[in-house]
Design a protein around this ligand. Structure first.
Ligand SMILES: NC(=O)c1ccc[n+]([C@@H]2O[C@H](COP(=O)([O-])OP(=O)(O)OC[C@H]3O[C@@H](n4cnc5c(N)ncnc54)[C@H](OP(=O)(O)O)[C@@H]3O)[C@@H](O)[C@H]2O)c1
Length: 245
């Protein structure tokens, strides 16, 4: 992909906190943002996987992103406050918060859902992104043009059979993003819900284990379109990334 000047101008120097940075889409976003010159802070649960992304970005782009291992299932409000304080101390600002972490253990009928798994799915996919956003808002408010991005499935995921807490949480996340965007309208912080097509990642393979992975778009192409749309379109409460032809 050639880097358009407006794309580079938009992302260069922005401090971006990216959750789910070791996942299929998260790694693709991290690579592209690094190439565009953003200052990255990468968050995921597993330190070893984060270290691998760090080494990959250093080898590819010569940059050394900040790493922040944190389990969103167990993190407390105090942990989120500590993260925000670390960002302020180390970077002095935050321009973009991208919520790309997701917990999806696989397809299960509601009738057979383990209650603990249900709560985990709602917490990691819905409550934790809100709590992290709340802690980061004081930093985000200080920057003009700052953004929070929540990542959604296609329309109707919350009614799709067997998607359980993940599907319900993604449906609720769309409503949460719209509510928060309106509440923050006067603050200068823009909240955008990004609808994504199916992508060839570990998460997708947990539901569609029999499909030919080559039939599903590479997350890198979706990451590229998402970053382009955010740079080139007027700020919007919702965008949909298309499935590449
Ligand atoms: N794949 C698709 O077809 C598809 C379609 C539409 C929307 N999306 C959305 O796109 C985003 C990225 O999905 P993906 O397919 O790239 O997922 P993925 O490959 O399964 O990656 C999930 C990421 O979330 C992190 N994570 C999971 N549980 C966590 C926890 N408790 N605490 C902290 N981090 C945790 C993982 O970190 P560790 O490696 O440390 O566990 C990993 O970095 C998600 O929001 C997903 O809902 C995906």
């Amino acid at each position: 992909m050639s880097l358009s000047p407006s794309l580079s101008a938009f992302w260069r120097g922005r401090v971006v906190l990216l959750t789910g940075a070791t996942g299929g889409l998260g790694r693709a976003l991290a690579r592209r943002l690094a190439a565009l010159g953003s200052e990255l802070v990468l968050l995921a649960r597993r330190s070893a996987a984060l270290a691998r992304v760090h080494d990959e970005l250093e080898a590819l782009e010569g940059i050394r992103p900040g790493l922040y291992p944190l389990d969103l299932e167990r993190a407390s409000p105090a942990d989120y406050e500590e993260l925000a304080a670390t960002l302020e101390r180390e970077y002095g600002r935050l321009d973009v918060l991208i919520h790309a972490a997701a917990h999806f253990p696989g397809l299960t009928p509601l009738e057979h859902t383990d209650p603990v798994e249900w709560l985990r799915g709602l917490h990691v996919n819905l409550s934790a992104p809100l709590f992290l956003t709340m802690a980061c808002l004081p930093l985000l408010r200080r920057r003009s043009g700052s953004q929070v991005l929540f990542l959604l499935e296609g329309e109707g995921c919350s009614r799709r059979p067997l998607y359980g807490a993940y599907g319900i949480a993604k449906g609720a996340l769309a409503e949460l993003a719209a509510m928060l965007d309106r509440e923050l309208a006067a603050s200068g912080v823009r909240v955008t819900a990004v609808r994504l097509p199916p992508m060839r990642t570990a998460l997708r393979a947990r539901a569609w284990f029999a499909e030919d992975p080559r039939a599903v778009p590479d997350p890198a192409s979706c990451a590229d379109e998402m970053l382009e749309r955010l740079a080139e379109d007027a700020p919007s409460a919702a965008i949909a990334v298309s499935r590449p032809a």
